[in-house]
Every structure is written in C-alpha cells, then in structure tokens.
Design a protein around this ligand. Sequence first.
Ligand SMILES: Nc1ncnc2c1ncn2[C@@H]1O[C@H](COP(=O)(O)OP(=O)(O)O)[C@@H](O)[C@H]1O
Ligand SMILES: [Mg+2]
Length: 211
Amino acid sequence: MAGKVIVIAQQKGGAGKTTLAIQLAVAWQQMGKQIAMIDVDPQGSLTAWRHLRDSSVGKEEGPGVDTLSGWRLGNRLSKTSSDADIVVVDSPPHAETDAKAAVRAADLVLLPIQPTMLDLWATTATLALAEAENTKALLVLNRVPPRSLTANAVATEIKRKKWPAARARLGNRQAFAASINEGKGVIETARSSMASKEVEALAREVLRKLR
Ligand SMILES: Nc1ncnc2c1ncn2[C@@H]1O[C@H](COP(=O)(O)OP(=O)(O)O)[C@@H](O)[C@H]1O
Ligand SMILES: [Mg+2]
C-alpha cells in the first residue's frame, strides 16, 4: 500500500482536523507504517505540534511535517508519497483554493464532524468539494458526548442522507488535547485509555478503506 494520501478537510473550523491528523498519524506509525505529514493550514497548528515534539520527544521521533501552501501541494506529494506508506495532509478550514488542491490530490478525504445539526449542515460544502474532485470521503464523528440524544439524531440524519461515515467515533475526551500538549498522540501518553482505543479502531477502519 504505497503512498496513499489522506486529506483531513472540513470547512468548519474547530471540527477536529488537526486533532484527527495527529492522533491518526501517531497511531499508524505505532502500527509500523511510514508516515509523512503536510501542513497546508496557514494557522500552522500541526507545524507547532511538530516543533514541540522535536524538543519533548526528539527531532527524529515520529512523523515529519512539511509546511507549505496548497498550490505547491501536488508537486510535493509526488515526492513525499513515494517514500511514505501514508501521507496525512491537514488542510485549512475553508473550501478555498488550498483546500481544493488538497482534496484533489487525495486518495481519501476524512471529514471530522461534531455531532450537532449546525456542524452537519456545514459539512455539505466539503462533501460537495470531495464529490466534485472525484475523491472518496469519510465522515468521522468527533467529540461525541456519552449517551447524547443530539448526537444520535445527527448520526441518524447522516444515515438518512446516505453520507459515508466511519463506524468508529471519537468521544469528547481531554486525553486527546493532553497528549497534543506534550507533542505526542494519545496512544503514546495514555495507551489503555478509551481515547486511545477509539483512535486505534478508527486508524484500522481507515486502513481498510484505503485498500
Ligand atoms: N475528540 C475531542 N475531544 C475533546 N476535545 C477535542 C476533540 N477533538 C478536538 N478537540 C478540541 O477542539 C478544539 C479544535 O480542535 P482542532 O483539532 O484544532 O480543530 P481544527 O483543526 O478543525 O480547527 C481544540 O481545542 C481541540 O483540543
Ligand atoms: Mg487545525
């Protein structure tokens, strides 16, 4: 499975793009995959995590992060994807040129979505973008509270719309942010936590989708 490109995209800011990118990349690396990451978001959060990791874990430890703007992405991907099993791209929050370029280059687009109707409506644009670019998409419910009627209603609506969604979900858990605060992923800081198990399940599900 050489050089698959996964773009994390969602027009809505704060949906969990960078969280998902980091947690999945660390999980896949622990499963023995060679991972490269690209930060196309001008906010540079993924890049900042990498800098933190350089000092907290070590410069050679974990996935490398390239920082660039979207129009250079196609060019860079052809180089990066030849020596990685998976390239994870964190994209900017708007369906603008940079996000488009990223979605076009992807084998799979992952769309984190918080379980509210407002977030569901805001997802339409990003799904349409994936469809227009002919790229497979997968919704990932993120920050799901326990026993939430609202979250269940959103999941039902996603089913009704026949939108592609992952079975695995990520709960609303401090452990995700806590690990990122240390330049790590939750699999490294809280191996036996629920958060870690959720990421692992999602990481495996996405790998199956890539086959
Ligand atoms: N599953 C989760 N549980 C708890 N907090 C989360 C979760 N996912 C994201 N967050 C928090 O939500 C905020 C936005 O997440 P972030 O990954 O930066 O979103 P984006 O990159 O889409 O803007 C951050 O404070 C992050 O720690
Ligand atoms: Mg982000």
